[in-house]
Design a protein around this ligand. Structure first.
Ligand code: GDP
Length: 468
Protein backbone atom coordinates (compact mmCIF):
# COMPACT_ATOMS: atom_id res chain seq x y z
CA UNK A 1 0.00 0.00 0.00
CA UNK A 2 1.96 2.97 -1.29
CA UNK A 3 0.76 6.29 0.04
CA UNK A 4 3.11 9.12 -0.81
CA UNK A 5 3.19 12.59 0.66
CA UNK A 6 3.34 15.68 -1.53
CA UNK A 7 6.14 18.05 -0.55
CA UNK A 8 5.80 21.52 -2.00
CA UNK A 9 6.49 24.85 -0.33
CA UNK A 10 9.78 25.87 1.20
CA UNK A 11 8.68 27.40 4.48
CA UNK A 12 10.34 25.67 7.37
CA UNK A 13 12.20 23.24 5.12
CA UNK A 14 15.54 24.19 6.65
CA UNK A 15 14.43 25.08 10.20
CA UNK A 16 17.30 25.08 12.65
CA UNK A 17 19.97 25.27 9.97
CA UNK A 18 23.06 27.05 11.33
CA UNK A 19 25.48 28.29 8.67
CA UNK A 20 29.14 28.81 9.60
CA UNK A 21 30.49 32.36 9.61
CA UNK A 22 32.59 31.61 6.51
CA UNK A 23 29.45 30.44 4.75
CA UNK A 24 27.58 33.60 5.77
CA UNK A 25 30.44 35.73 4.49
CA UNK A 26 30.39 33.91 1.14
CA UNK A 27 26.64 34.56 0.84
CA UNK A 28 27.03 38.26 1.61
CA UNK A 29 29.99 38.78 -0.71
CA UNK A 30 29.67 40.22 -4.20
CA UNK A 31 32.99 38.67 -5.15
CA UNK A 32 33.28 35.26 -6.67
CA UNK A 33 32.61 33.57 -9.93
CA UNK A 34 30.44 34.87 -12.74
CA UNK A 35 29.29 31.86 -14.76
CA UNK A 36 28.49 32.69 -18.34
CA UNK A 37 27.22 30.21 -20.90
CA UNK A 38 27.87 30.88 -24.58
CA UNK A 39 24.93 29.83 -26.75
CA UNK A 40 23.67 30.20 -30.27
CA UNK A 41 23.14 28.46 -33.56
CA UNK A 42 25.92 26.22 -34.85
CA UNK A 43 28.62 28.24 -36.67
CA UNK A 44 27.41 31.55 -35.25
CA UNK A 45 30.98 32.02 -33.96
CA UNK A 46 30.65 30.97 -30.30
CA UNK A 47 34.07 29.34 -30.00
CA UNK A 48 35.81 32.13 -31.90
CA UNK A 49 34.28 34.79 -29.63
CA UNK A 50 35.01 32.78 -26.47
CA UNK A 51 38.63 32.48 -27.59
CA UNK A 52 38.81 36.24 -28.16
CA UNK A 53 37.32 37.02 -24.75
CA UNK A 54 39.74 34.67 -22.98
CA UNK A 55 42.64 36.28 -24.84
CA UNK A 56 41.40 39.79 -23.98
CA UNK A 57 41.20 38.78 -20.30
CA UNK A 58 44.69 37.27 -20.48
CA UNK A 59 43.59 33.69 -19.84
CA UNK A 60 45.66 32.55 -22.81
CA UNK A 61 49.07 33.98 -23.61
CA UNK A 62 50.42 35.21 -26.92
CA UNK A 63 52.51 32.12 -27.35
CA UNK A 64 49.50 29.80 -27.17
CA UNK A 65 47.60 31.98 -29.63
CA UNK A 66 50.49 32.10 -32.07
CA UNK A 67 50.91 28.36 -31.84
CA UNK A 68 47.19 27.95 -32.59
CA UNK A 69 47.36 30.32 -35.53
CA UNK A 70 50.40 28.45 -36.88
CA UNK A 71 48.86 24.98 -36.41
CA UNK A 72 45.56 26.11 -37.88
CA UNK A 73 47.32 27.57 -40.92
CA UNK A 74 49.42 24.45 -41.38
CA UNK A 75 46.30 22.31 -41.47
CA UNK A 76 44.53 24.71 -43.83
CA UNK A 77 41.98 25.82 -41.25
CA UNK A 78 43.20 29.28 -40.28
CA UNK A 79 39.67 30.49 -39.70
CA UNK A 80 39.38 28.11 -36.75
CA UNK A 81 42.45 29.35 -34.88
CA UNK A 82 40.52 31.27 -32.24
CA UNK A 83 38.01 28.53 -31.72
CA UNK A 84 40.88 26.19 -30.86
CA UNK A 85 41.73 28.30 -27.86
CA UNK A 86 38.38 27.29 -26.44
CA UNK A 87 38.38 23.73 -27.63
CA UNK A 88 41.81 22.61 -26.44
CA UNK A 89 41.78 20.93 -23.07
CA UNK A 90 44.88 20.78 -20.92
CA UNK A 91 46.25 17.24 -21.09
CA UNK A 92 46.74 16.84 -17.36
CA UNK A 93 43.05 17.13 -16.68
CA UNK A 94 41.85 13.95 -18.30
CA UNK A 95 38.31 13.53 -17.11
CA UNK A 96 36.35 10.34 -16.86
CA UNK A 97 32.83 11.43 -17.62
CA UNK A 98 32.39 14.89 -19.05
CA UNK A 99 29.34 16.87 -19.96
CA UNK A 100 30.70 18.06 -23.26
CA UNK A 101 30.65 21.64 -22.15
CA UNK A 102 34.09 23.15 -22.22
CA UNK A 103 34.84 25.27 -19.19
CA UNK A 104 37.43 28.03 -19.07
CA UNK A 105 38.18 30.37 -16.20
CA UNK A 106 39.88 33.77 -16.08
CA UNK A 107 40.00 37.02 -14.15
CA UNK A 108 37.11 39.33 -15.02
CA UNK A 109 38.00 42.31 -12.81
CA UNK A 110 39.71 42.94 -9.45
CA UNK A 111 37.18 40.96 -7.46
CA UNK A 112 35.66 38.44 -9.78
CA UNK A 113 36.49 35.42 -11.87
CA UNK A 114 34.75 34.69 -15.14
CA UNK A 115 33.82 31.07 -15.85
CA UNK A 116 33.00 30.58 -19.54
CA UNK A 117 30.90 27.55 -20.43
CA UNK A 118 30.86 26.89 -24.15
CA UNK A 119 27.82 24.85 -25.10
CA UNK A 120 28.00 23.19 -28.50
CA UNK A 121 25.27 24.35 -30.86
CA UNK A 122 24.60 21.17 -32.80
CA UNK A 123 21.08 19.91 -32.40
CA UNK A 124 22.20 16.65 -30.86
CA UNK A 125 24.11 18.55 -28.25
CA UNK A 126 21.31 20.54 -26.75
CA UNK A 127 21.43 18.44 -23.54
CA UNK A 128 24.95 19.79 -22.99
CA UNK A 129 23.69 23.29 -23.61
CA UNK A 130 21.17 22.57 -20.88
CA UNK A 131 23.89 21.46 -18.48
CA UNK A 132 25.87 24.59 -19.26
CA UNK A 133 22.87 26.81 -18.70
CA UNK A 134 21.94 25.10 -15.48
CA UNK A 135 25.22 26.34 -14.00
CA UNK A 136 25.16 29.80 -15.52
CA UNK A 137 24.29 33.21 -14.10
CA UNK A 138 24.12 34.97 -17.44
CA UNK A 139 24.24 34.08 -21.09
CA UNK A 140 25.97 35.27 -24.21
CA UNK A 141 23.67 34.58 -27.14
CA UNK A 142 25.76 34.66 -30.30
CA UNK A 143 23.94 35.66 -33.49
CA UNK A 144 25.43 35.25 -36.96
CA UNK A 145 24.87 38.77 -38.33
CA UNK A 146 25.84 37.85 -41.91
CA UNK A 147 23.11 37.99 -44.53
CA UNK A 148 21.25 34.69 -44.31
CA UNK A 149 23.12 33.72 -41.13
CA UNK A 150 20.72 35.34 -38.70
CA UNK A 151 17.72 34.15 -40.68
CA UNK A 152 19.02 30.59 -40.75
CA UNK A 153 19.46 30.47 -36.98
CA UNK A 154 16.23 32.26 -36.14
CA UNK A 155 13.53 31.43 -38.62
CA UNK A 156 11.08 28.57 -38.11
CA UNK A 157 10.66 26.66 -41.34
CA UNK A 158 9.22 23.23 -41.94
CA UNK A 159 11.33 20.58 -40.32
CA UNK A 160 13.92 23.06 -39.11
CA UNK A 161 13.93 25.36 -36.13
CA UNK A 162 16.89 27.65 -35.62
CA UNK A 163 18.62 27.06 -32.34
CA UNK A 164 18.55 30.75 -31.50
CA UNK A 165 14.93 30.35 -30.41
CA UNK A 166 15.43 27.11 -28.53
CA UNK A 167 18.47 28.41 -26.65
CA UNK A 168 16.73 31.67 -25.76
CA UNK A 169 13.72 29.86 -24.31
CA UNK A 170 15.97 27.51 -22.38
CA UNK A 171 17.95 30.46 -21.05
CA UNK A 172 14.81 32.09 -19.71
CA UNK A 173 13.36 28.98 -18.12
CA UNK A 174 16.63 27.87 -16.65
CA UNK A 175 16.73 31.20 -14.84
CA UNK A 176 19.48 33.24 -16.50
CA UNK A 177 18.89 36.76 -15.29
CA UNK A 178 20.67 38.57 -18.08
CA UNK A 179 21.55 37.99 -21.68
CA UNK A 180 24.29 39.64 -23.73
CA UNK A 181 23.25 39.29 -27.35
CA UNK A 182 26.32 39.52 -29.57
CA UNK A 183 25.51 40.30 -33.18
CA UNK A 184 28.63 38.66 -34.58
CA UNK A 185 30.20 38.58 -38.06
CA UNK A 186 29.48 42.30 -38.47
CA UNK A 187 32.50 42.36 -40.79
CA UNK A 188 30.37 40.47 -43.32
CA UNK A 189 27.84 43.31 -43.48
CA UNK A 190 30.30 46.23 -43.39
CA UNK A 191 29.29 47.04 -39.81
CA UNK A 192 25.96 48.29 -41.10
CA UNK A 193 23.69 50.05 -38.60
CA UNK A 194 20.62 49.01 -40.60
CA UNK A 195 21.53 45.34 -40.39
CA UNK A 196 22.27 45.59 -36.65
CA UNK A 197 19.02 47.45 -36.00
CA UNK A 198 17.01 44.94 -38.01
CA UNK A 199 18.39 42.05 -35.92
CA UNK A 200 18.00 43.93 -32.62
CA UNK A 201 14.36 44.74 -33.42
CA UNK A 202 13.46 41.19 -34.46
CA UNK A 203 15.20 39.67 -31.44
CA UNK A 204 13.76 42.18 -28.98
CA UNK A 205 10.25 41.37 -30.20
CA UNK A 206 10.97 37.68 -29.70
CA UNK A 207 12.95 37.82 -26.43
CA UNK A 208 10.65 40.30 -24.68
CA UNK A 209 7.32 39.53 -26.37
CA UNK A 210 7.47 35.75 -26.67
CA UNK A 211 10.12 34.51 -24.24
CA UNK A 212 9.44 36.91 -21.37
CA UNK A 213 12.79 38.61 -20.74
CA UNK A 214 12.60 42.19 -19.49
CA UNK A 215 14.15 44.70 -21.90
CA UNK A 216 16.54 45.73 -19.08
CA UNK A 217 17.91 42.17 -18.97
CA UNK A 218 19.21 42.43 -22.54
CA UNK A 219 22.38 44.06 -23.87
CA UNK A 220 23.03 44.04 -27.62
CA UNK A 221 26.65 44.20 -28.77
CA UNK A 222 27.80 44.33 -32.43
CA UNK A 223 31.11 42.50 -32.94
CA UNK A 224 33.38 40.49 -35.16
CA UNK A 225 35.05 37.57 -33.46
CA UNK A 226 37.11 36.93 -36.56
CA UNK A 227 38.53 40.46 -36.78
CA UNK A 228 38.56 40.99 -33.01
CA UNK A 229 36.32 44.05 -33.26
CA UNK A 230 34.49 45.44 -30.21
CA UNK A 231 35.64 42.65 -27.91
CA UNK A 232 37.74 44.51 -25.34
CA UNK A 233 38.09 48.17 -24.28
CA UNK A 234 41.88 47.74 -24.60
CA UNK A 235 41.67 46.84 -28.28
CA UNK A 236 42.62 49.00 -31.20
CA UNK A 237 40.08 51.59 -32.31
CA UNK A 238 36.81 50.46 -33.81
CA UNK A 239 36.47 50.53 -37.60
CA UNK A 240 35.31 54.01 -38.71
CA UNK A 241 31.94 52.76 -39.96
CA UNK A 242 31.12 51.23 -36.59
CA UNK A 243 32.51 54.16 -34.61
CA UNK A 244 30.20 56.44 -36.58
CA UNK A 245 27.08 54.99 -34.96
CA UNK A 246 27.99 52.74 -32.00
CA UNK A 247 28.46 54.17 -28.48
CA UNK A 248 27.68 51.07 -26.39
CA UNK A 249 29.89 48.66 -24.45
CA UNK A 250 32.45 46.23 -25.83
CA UNK A 251 31.76 42.57 -25.07
CA UNK A 252 34.20 42.60 -22.14
CA UNK A 253 32.56 45.77 -20.73
CA UNK A 254 29.17 44.06 -20.99
CA UNK A 255 30.54 41.03 -19.12
CA UNK A 256 31.93 43.27 -16.37
CA UNK A 257 28.48 44.85 -15.95
CA UNK A 258 26.84 41.52 -15.11
CA UNK A 259 25.30 41.70 -11.65
CA UNK A 260 24.67 38.56 -9.65
CA UNK A 261 21.39 38.93 -7.74
CA UNK A 262 21.46 38.84 -3.94
CA UNK A 263 21.73 35.31 -2.61
CA UNK A 264 19.42 35.66 0.38
CA UNK A 265 19.84 33.58 3.53
CA UNK A 266 22.36 30.72 3.57
CA UNK A 267 20.94 27.26 2.84
CA UNK A 268 22.39 23.77 3.33
CA UNK A 269 24.93 22.36 0.88
CA UNK A 270 23.81 21.42 -2.62
CA UNK A 271 26.59 20.58 -5.08
CA UNK A 272 25.24 18.86 -8.21
CA UNK A 273 27.91 16.66 -9.76
CA UNK A 274 28.71 18.03 -13.23
CA UNK A 275 31.56 15.66 -13.92
CA UNK A 276 33.43 12.81 -12.36
CA UNK A 277 37.16 13.46 -12.31
CA UNK A 278 39.71 10.74 -12.78
CA UNK A 279 43.48 10.74 -12.98
CA UNK A 280 43.99 14.10 -11.35
CA UNK A 281 46.57 12.95 -8.85
CA UNK A 282 46.12 15.78 -6.34
CA UNK A 283 42.42 14.90 -5.96
CA UNK A 284 42.80 11.15 -5.47
CA UNK A 285 40.87 8.32 -7.08
CA UNK A 286 37.40 9.48 -6.10
CA UNK A 287 36.66 13.03 -7.16
CA UNK A 288 34.03 15.14 -8.84
CA UNK A 289 33.42 18.69 -9.95
CA UNK A 290 30.51 21.10 -10.09
CA UNK A 291 29.13 24.42 -8.94
CA UNK A 292 28.08 24.97 -5.32
CA UNK A 293 24.42 25.95 -5.69
CA UNK A 294 23.95 26.51 -1.96
CA UNK A 295 25.84 26.12 1.28
CA UNK A 296 29.60 25.63 1.26
CA UNK A 297 32.25 22.90 1.43
CA UNK A 298 35.24 22.54 3.72
CA UNK A 299 37.99 19.99 4.20
CA UNK A 300 36.97 17.14 6.51
CA UNK A 301 33.24 17.79 6.00
CA UNK A 302 30.88 14.81 5.87
CA UNK A 303 28.44 14.94 2.96
CA UNK A 304 25.54 12.82 1.73
CA UNK A 305 25.57 11.79 -1.92
CA UNK A 306 21.94 11.82 -3.02
CA UNK A 307 19.79 10.07 -4.27
CA UNK A 308 21.99 7.05 -3.40
CA UNK A 309 22.10 8.30 0.21
CA UNK A 310 25.76 7.40 0.73
CA UNK A 311 28.00 9.33 3.10
CA UNK A 312 31.48 10.50 2.13
CA UNK A 313 34.14 12.79 3.52
CA UNK A 314 35.63 15.73 1.67
CA UNK A 315 39.34 15.08 1.60
CA UNK A 316 40.47 18.00 -0.53
CA UNK A 317 39.04 20.89 -2.55
CA UNK A 318 40.45 22.60 -5.61
CA UNK A 319 39.39 25.75 -7.38
CA UNK A 320 40.91 25.99 -10.84
CA UNK A 321 43.48 23.35 -9.89
CA UNK A 322 44.63 25.16 -6.75
CA UNK A 323 43.99 23.65 -3.30
CA UNK A 324 41.72 25.52 -0.85
CA UNK A 325 40.30 24.58 2.57
CA UNK A 326 36.89 26.17 2.05
CA UNK A 327 34.68 27.12 -0.90
CA UNK A 328 31.46 29.11 -0.72
CA UNK A 329 28.22 29.36 -2.67
CA UNK A 330 28.56 30.04 -6.40
CA UNK A 331 32.09 28.63 -6.70
CA UNK A 332 33.00 25.97 -9.26
CA UNK A 333 35.07 23.36 -7.47
CA UNK A 334 36.61 19.94 -7.77
CA UNK A 335 36.45 17.86 -4.58
CA UNK A 336 38.34 14.71 -3.69
CA UNK A 337 36.32 12.34 -1.48
CA UNK A 338 37.26 9.55 0.88
CA UNK A 339 35.33 6.76 2.64
CA UNK A 340 33.26 6.11 -0.47
CA UNK A 341 33.17 3.79 -3.48
CA UNK A 342 33.78 5.78 -6.72
CA UNK A 343 30.81 3.93 -8.24
CA UNK A 344 28.53 6.16 -6.18
CA UNK A 345 29.77 9.29 -7.92
CA UNK A 346 27.48 9.93 -10.85
CA UNK A 347 26.77 12.97 -12.95
CA UNK A 348 23.42 14.31 -11.76
CA UNK A 349 23.83 13.15 -8.17
CA UNK A 350 24.12 15.90 -5.57
CA UNK A 351 26.48 16.32 -2.61
CA UNK A 352 24.30 17.48 0.27
CA UNK A 353 24.51 18.56 3.90
CA UNK A 354 24.14 15.32 5.90
CA UNK A 355 21.48 16.73 8.25
CA UNK A 356 19.52 18.39 5.41
CA UNK A 357 19.86 16.07 2.40
CA UNK A 358 17.67 16.40 -0.69
CA UNK A 359 14.76 14.00 -0.91
CA UNK A 360 15.13 11.23 -3.43
CA UNK A 361 11.97 10.62 -5.39
CA UNK A 362 10.58 9.04 -8.54
CA UNK A 363 7.46 11.15 -8.74
CA UNK A 364 7.40 14.88 -9.35
CA UNK A 365 4.81 17.52 -10.14
CA UNK A 366 5.96 20.10 -12.65
CA UNK A 367 4.55 23.13 -14.37
CA UNK A 368 5.73 23.52 -17.94
CA UNK A 369 5.34 25.50 -21.11
CA UNK A 370 5.47 23.41 -24.26
CA UNK A 371 7.51 24.77 -27.16
CA UNK A 372 6.71 25.21 -30.82
CA UNK A 373 8.68 22.04 -31.67
CA UNK A 374 6.14 19.80 -29.91
CA UNK A 375 4.62 17.97 -32.87
CA UNK A 376 2.77 15.11 -31.14
CA UNK A 377 0.49 16.12 -28.24
CA UNK A 378 1.52 15.13 -24.71
CA UNK A 379 -0.72 12.43 -23.28
CA UNK A 380 -0.87 10.30 -20.17
CA UNK A 381 1.81 7.67 -20.81
CA UNK A 382 4.00 9.87 -23.08
CA UNK A 383 7.67 9.00 -22.71
CA UNK A 384 10.05 11.90 -22.21
CA UNK A 385 13.62 12.54 -21.09
CA UNK A 386 13.76 14.73 -18.00
CA UNK A 387 16.70 17.12 -17.60
CA UNK A 388 17.29 19.08 -14.42
CA UNK A 389 20.57 20.59 -13.22
CA UNK A 390 23.12 17.93 -14.23
CA UNK A 391 20.77 14.98 -14.32
CA UNK A 392 18.99 13.38 -17.21
CA UNK A 393 16.60 10.47 -16.81
CA UNK A 394 13.78 8.71 -18.68
CA UNK A 395 10.32 9.58 -17.41
CA UNK A 396 6.67 8.96 -18.20
CA UNK A 397 3.80 11.44 -18.01
CA UNK A 398 1.65 9.91 -15.28
CA UNK A 399 -1.10 12.49 -15.07
CA UNK A 400 -2.15 15.68 -16.88
CA UNK A 401 -3.35 17.63 -13.87
CA UNK A 402 -4.45 20.85 -15.57
CA UNK A 403 -3.98 23.14 -18.49
CA UNK A 404 -3.25 26.59 -17.07
CA UNK A 405 -2.85 30.15 -18.28
CA UNK A 406 0.83 30.78 -19.04
CA UNK A 407 0.88 34.22 -17.45
CA UNK A 408 -1.53 33.98 -14.50
CA UNK A 409 -1.32 30.25 -13.75
CA UNK A 410 -5.15 30.12 -13.52
CA UNK A 411 -6.62 26.72 -14.40
CA UNK A 412 -8.13 26.72 -17.89
CA UNK A 413 -9.04 23.04 -17.95
CA UNK A 414 -8.61 20.41 -15.21
CA UNK A 415 -7.62 16.88 -16.30
CA UNK A 416 -7.12 17.68 -19.99
CA UNK A 417 -6.80 14.70 -22.30
CA UNK A 418 -3.78 16.17 -24.06
CA UNK A 419 -1.49 19.17 -24.17
CA UNK A 420 -0.39 20.60 -27.50
CA UNK A 421 2.34 23.04 -28.47
CA UNK A 422 2.78 26.42 -26.77
CA UNK A 423 0.45 25.57 -23.90
CA UNK A 424 1.07 25.72 -20.15
CA UNK A 425 0.25 22.72 -18.04
CA UNK A 426 0.75 21.02 -14.70
CA UNK A 427 1.92 17.43 -15.06
CA UNK A 428 2.87 14.57 -12.81
CA UNK A 429 5.90 12.59 -13.98
CA UNK A 430 7.23 9.20 -12.94
CA UNK A 431 10.97 8.85 -13.41
CA UNK A 432 12.64 5.55 -14.29
CA UNK A 433 15.02 5.90 -11.35
CA UNK A 434 15.22 7.97 -8.19
CA UNK A 435 16.27 11.58 -8.73
CA UNK A 436 16.92 14.67 -6.62
CA UNK A 437 15.28 17.91 -7.61
CA UNK A 438 13.78 20.61 -5.44
CA UNK A 439 10.42 22.44 -5.55
CA UNK A 440 10.80 25.96 -6.96
CA UNK A 441 9.94 27.54 -3.61
CA UNK A 442 12.97 25.82 -2.08
CA UNK A 443 15.45 26.41 -4.89
CA UNK A 444 15.03 28.43 -8.08
CA UNK A 445 17.97 26.63 -9.72
CA UNK A 446 17.53 22.99 -8.67
CA UNK A 447 13.86 23.09 -9.67
CA UNK A 448 14.35 23.97 -13.35
CA UNK A 449 13.38 21.18 -15.72
CA UNK A 450 13.31 20.60 -19.45
CA UNK A 451 11.56 17.71 -21.16
CA UNK A 452 12.87 16.32 -24.41
CA UNK A 453 11.35 13.88 -26.88
CA UNK A 454 13.02 12.51 -29.99
CA UNK A 455 16.00 14.79 -29.52
CA UNK A 456 13.97 18.00 -29.24
CA UNK A 457 13.16 20.22 -26.29
CA UNK A 458 9.41 20.15 -26.14
CA UNK A 459 8.77 21.66 -22.73
CA UNK A 460 10.53 23.79 -20.16
CA UNK A 461 9.42 24.54 -16.64
CA UNK A 462 9.84 24.08 -12.91
CA UNK A 463 9.17 21.49 -10.20
CA UNK A 464 6.16 22.46 -8.07
CA UNK A 465 6.29 19.54 -5.70
CA UNK A 466 7.86 16.15 -5.18
CA UNK A 467 6.17 13.02 -3.84
CA UNK A 468 7.89 10.86 -1.31
P1 GDP B 1 30.56 27.94 -33.35
O1 GDP B 1 30.09 26.70 -34.04
O2 GDP B 1 29.40 28.83 -33.01
O3 GDP B 1 31.46 27.71 -32.17
O4 GDP B 1 31.37 28.80 -34.44
P2 GDP B 1 32.95 28.93 -34.68
O5 GDP B 1 33.55 29.87 -33.72
O6 GDP B 1 33.54 27.56 -34.79
O7 GDP B 1 32.93 29.65 -36.11
C1 GDP B 1 32.25 29.11 -37.22
C2 GDP B 1 32.82 29.69 -38.51
O8 GDP B 1 32.52 31.09 -38.61
C3 GDP B 1 34.33 29.58 -38.62
O9 GDP B 1 34.67 29.33 -39.95
C4 GDP B 1 34.80 30.96 -38.19
O10 GDP B 1 36.04 31.29 -38.71
C5 GDP B 1 33.72 31.86 -38.73
N1 GDP B 1 33.58 33.09 -37.95
C6 GDP B 1 33.51 33.20 -36.62
N2 GDP B 1 33.40 34.50 -36.24
C7 GDP B 1 33.39 35.23 -37.38
C8 GDP B 1 33.30 36.64 -37.66
O11 GDP B 1 33.20 37.49 -36.78
N3 GDP B 1 33.31 37.00 -38.98
C9 GDP B 1 33.42 36.09 -39.98
N4 GDP B 1 33.44 36.56 -41.23
N5 GDP B 1 33.51 34.76 -39.75
C10 GDP B 1 33.50 34.32 -38.47
Amino acid sequence: FDVKARVGGGDGAFDGYEPSSAERAAYASEDGDVHVVVMGHVDAGKSTLSGRVLYALKAVDDRAVHKNLRDAKASGKSSFAWAWVMDSRPEERERGVTIDVSVKRCTLDERRQLVVLDAPGHRDFVPSAISGMAQADAGILVIDGAVGGFENGFEVTTGHTGQTREHARLAKYLGLHSLIVVVNKMDCVEYSLERFQHIVDALTRFLVGDVGFGAEQLTFVPASGMEGVNISPDDFALPEVLKAWYRGPTLVDALRSIKIPSRGEPKPLRLPIADVVTEVRSLGATACGGKIESGSVFKGQKVSIMPANITATIKCIEIDGLPVDFAGVGASVDVGLSDVDPLHLQVGSVLCHTAYPMTSTNEIEISVLTTEVLRVPLLKGSKVVLHSHMLSCDATVDQLIAQVDALTGAVIKPNPRCITREQSAILRLKTSQNVCVEPVEVSPTLSRVTLRMGGKTMAVGVVRAIWR
